[in-house]
Design a protein around this ligand. Structure first.
Ligand code: CA
Length: 452
């Protein structure tokens, strides 16, 4: 009798707690963050691309605000992801390079001192999942399941073969990983990631979820299928044609993901972010950052300004541009404001809740200044309004006015000494809170050439 009373009481407590949980999370939107890898600024139709068809991204853009000055916080892969998932400039905690594929290293990965966005969203009742490229450490302590993601499917390194059985280095040929267990790659990688994300969305409609979907497309290796190539045969340059095939494959997969949102009735209740993790590596993949100067690895606009969409149908304007500078640290801050998720006081967020700015409730620019630092300070930049300070790209410090010179062609440092001095002082002040890189990239020589 006693034990059956206890069982009833426990059952009642469980039902009440589930009810409370449902009440607390009612009305909270899902958050879907889709990240492309090395997509050029001009390599999506919504950003002016003419030779690569991206109908699904373009359809998403029609339901989105297009951030024309949308930035990542680093010009290459892993540091950008460290910034995105912590909401802090990654130089604050030494994550300034790509970690080598070192499963034995407890250093080469996203420092355990940092709190992650999924950890925080779990306090607000969210289910959390990561699908795709991780690149935040190969040691088991860095595994996505240990960093706040309830579910993970993907490849833990910095890149991967696309075709099952294709040859490649150790990092690129590791098995797929599902919640810590190895699985063989069953089909073309980009298709698989899209299907996994769609399946997650379909099965998760009952409670709010956060899904971080990180494609490795269109990063090298340039492995494409006939189906993709059939749509880009008009591109005569072979390297760009293969790169375009990767872009088309990612667009197809994004189409599958967005269809699952629609079919499961969640489109109106999902905040979607889309951006690339850095600019296109023009010399390697013949990607196109027009009209921006520079490429992946550089702090010129071509390295850090990326295709960038924010969609929340019914809540945000659709098919419009948002011009003030924003960056990926804003993803975390916006999610926290939206969900009232708990962030430890010691974890100082550096992004901004964008929603009041995107809805027009606030008319000022979200950020006074944005900062970049790479190579432990070898390259750096500051954007303040239309001004951009660039240091370490060539011998001379340069100053550009992006309103009249988006291609950073005319150095204004001699004409505007006061602006130059103000931005240099702002950088020096910001840099005081940075630390030295905790680990080096696997190929620092290549990195210096901007080809990482
Ligand atoms: Ca990248």
């Amino acid at each position: 009798m006693k034990s059956s009373c206890l069982r009833v009481a426990l059952l009642f407590a469980l039902v009440v707690s589930l009810d409370l949980r449902a009440a607390q999370t009612k009305g909270l939107p899902n958050i879907l963050v889709i990240v492309a890898d090395d997509l050029g600024y001009a390599d999506a139709g919504f950003n002016g691309c003419k030779d690569i068809p991206t109908p699904h991204l373009d359809a998403l853009a029609k339901r989105s605000l297009r951030c024309t000055s949308g930035y990542v916080t680093h010009p290459f892969c892993s540091p950008t992801r460290a910034g995105l998932l912590t909401g802090r400039y990654q130089q604050r905690f030494g994550h300034e390079n790509n970690p080598a594929w070192l499963p034995e290293s407890t250093v080469a990965g996203l420092p355990l001192s940092q709190v992650t966005l999924p950890q925080v969203l779990k306090t607000a009742g969210y289910a959390t999942a990561a699908i795709g490229k991780w690149h935040l450490g190969a040691h088991p302590q860095f595994h996505p399941n240990r960093r706040g993601f309830d579910d993970y499917y993907g490849m833990l390194g910095g890149g991967h073969i696309y075709l099952p059985g294709a040859k490649g280095g150790a990092e690129y040929t590791i098995p797929m990983n599902r919640n810590g267990r190895d699985e063989p790659l069953p089909a073309y990688l980009t298709d698989v990631l899209g299907q996994e994300a769609a399946a997650y969305i379909q099965k998760s409609a009952a409670k709010p979820w956060f899904l971080y979907l990180a494609f490795n497309a269109p990063h090298t290796p340039l492995q494409v299928t006939e189906k993709q190539l059939a749509r880009v045969r008009h591109i005569t340059d072979e390297t760009r044609r293969n790169y375009a095939g990767l872009v088309v494959g990612m667009d197809d997969a994004i189409g599958v993901v967005l269809k699952s949102l629609r079919d499961s009735g969640q489109e109106q209740n999902t905040l979607v972010w889309f951006f690339s993790d850095n600019g296109g590596p023009v010399g390697v993949t013949h990607s196109d950052n027009t009209p921006l100067r520079g490429a992946k690895g550089q702090v010129f606009e071509g390295g850090v300004r990326v295709p960038f969409l924010i969609s929340w149908p019914g809540k945000l304007a659709e098919g419009k541009d948002f011009a003030p500078p924003v960056h990926i640290l804003d993803v975390f801050a916006t999610a926290v404001a939206l969900t009232s998720a708990k962030v430890p006081a010691t974890h100082q967020l550096e992004g901004v809740d964008l929603l009041p700015f995107l809805t027009g409730a606030k008319s000022a620019a979200p950020h006074e200044r944005l900062f970049w630092r790479a190579g432990g300070g070898a390259r750096s930049a500051v954007r303040e309004g239309d001004w951009k300070l660039v240091q370490g790209e060539g011998a001379k410090t340069q100053l550009f006015n992006l309103a009249t010179d988006i291609g950073e062609a005319k150095d204004m440092s001699a004409e505007q000494p006061a602006v130059l001095a103000r931005l240099q002082a702002a950088y020096a002040e910001w840099d005081k809170a940075n630390v030295k890189p905790l680990f080096e990239s696997p190929n620092p020589g290549k990195a210096k050439a901007g080809k990482k």
